[in-house]
Design a protein. Structure first.
Length: 367
């Protein structure tokens, strides 16, 4: 059941009915991939009721027997960091960390399959358990490799533990705004953290460690835009539209965009032959376009144009190559009737590649 709960949590679903005709939720290939595919195939519906978020405002700790969990304040979503360390020859140490968005869950977490060590599998079989498990739906590790199977990710076991944690956290009943750092935790420890979060909220008072905040539907972060909707907000067109998709938008506050960097991009012909690198100025432009979406998606700014005024604090931290996927984050610092200022950060995976503060002039279109 944790795979289904992880899917609901990862895709941002807070209202659903799951009907089960068998004795338990089907295991399929041992991952949440099938649930994601079928839910997205059916589609999601936005509702008009406000969404209640749980904000961790002070650290909450859980440590027992070498297994630990820490919930830290984090305002920009739910970030999960997991260290898998069994100190065993059959499975070496692994690590995964990311802010969880529907895009990240679908691509990075849902395909990760359940796993165990070879000696665990043999013991369970001898005791008559795990009869529904086979080499296809369970990764059985020996000498740090799966038996009769291939990995979908180098750290697939760790990613599956993150998906399990996400499913357990769904039982708080509310989307979380926190950074959860876990080391070797399992369902038992995860549920103890859930109990702590809920108990802290139940006995909340001024200065409590967990707070609740309602956001109206037009403020909810889980608004997405496809390429056609983006073009209704900003005027950019091929070959200079550098945002493929908006996966998270709060008009006038923040947005997260995706740019898939292809070898077919026109600028790679000359930048540089034999060593293609995305020009830094175009990474800045992509960030600015996401900033433009944030500012111009407000009703009072619809139809306006956003022109550069200043760019400050620019830092390029590492090159971007063909095949990379840029995650472009823009957060509004200040907005007025004729100007707007955003902090932009570009990531490849969890690595920051570029950041800058951009100030725009908001002007009426001459059309």
């Amino acid at each position: 059941v944790e795979h289904l709960m992880a899917t609901f949590h990862g895709l941002g679903i807070d209202n659903a009915i799951a009907e089960v005709t068998g004795e338990e939720i089907p295991g399929f290939d041992g991952s949440a991939k099938y649930f994601v595919e079928k839910i997205l195939e059916v589609g999601l519906l936005s509702q008009n009721d406000p969404r209640e978020y749980l904000y961790v405002t002070e650290p909450i700790y859980l440590d027992e027997g070498g297994q630990s969990l820490v919930a830290l304040p984090y305002r920009d979503g739910l970030k999960l960091s997991y260290s898998l360390s069994y100190q065993h020859r059959d499975l070496h140490d692994q690590f995964f960390s990311s802010v969880v968005t529907p895009e990240v869950f679908e691509r990075e977490l849902a395909p990760a399959r359940t796993f165990c060590l070879k000696e665990e599998a043999m013991l369970l079989k001898a005791q008559g358990f795990g009869l529904g498990a086979d080499w296809d739906n369970t990764l059985v590790f020996e000498n740090d490799l799966p038996i009769k199977n291939t990995l979908r990710f180098p750290n697939e076991a760790c990613r599956h533990k993150v998906a399990d944690l996400l499913g357990d956290l769904y039982l708080t009943g509310h989307p979380l705004r926190a950074h959860i750092v876990a080391c070797r935790s399992g369902h038992k420890q995860n549920m103890k953290l859930v109990a702590k979060l809920c108990a802290t909220l139940k006995h909340s008072h001024k200065g409590n460690k967990v707070s609740m905040s309602k956001q109206q539907p037009n403020q909810q972060s889980r608004r997405e835009l496809d390429i056609n909707e983006i073009q209704k907000i900003i005027p950019h067109r091929y070959p200079f539209l550098l945002v493929d998709r908006i996966i998270d938008l709060v008009p006038g506050e923040k947005a997260v965009g995706i740019k898939n960097v292809s070898i077919n991009e026109y600028y790679f012909c000359g930048h540089f032959p034999g060593h293609p690198v995305m020009p830094g100025v175009l990474i800045l432009e992509a960030l600015a376009q996401v900033g433009g979406v944030v500012l111009l998606s407000q009703p009072e700014n619809r139809g306006k144009l956003a022109y550069f005024m200043t760019i400050e604090g620019v830092k390029f931290r590492q090159p971007v190559h063909p095949g990379d996927q840029l995650r472009l984050e823009a957060e509004v610092i200040k907005i007025r009737s004729k100007t707007g200022q955003c902090l932009g950060k570009a990531y490849v995976g969890d690595k920051l590649v570029c950041e800058a503060e951009v100030k725009f002039a908001l002007v009426e279109s001459t059309k």
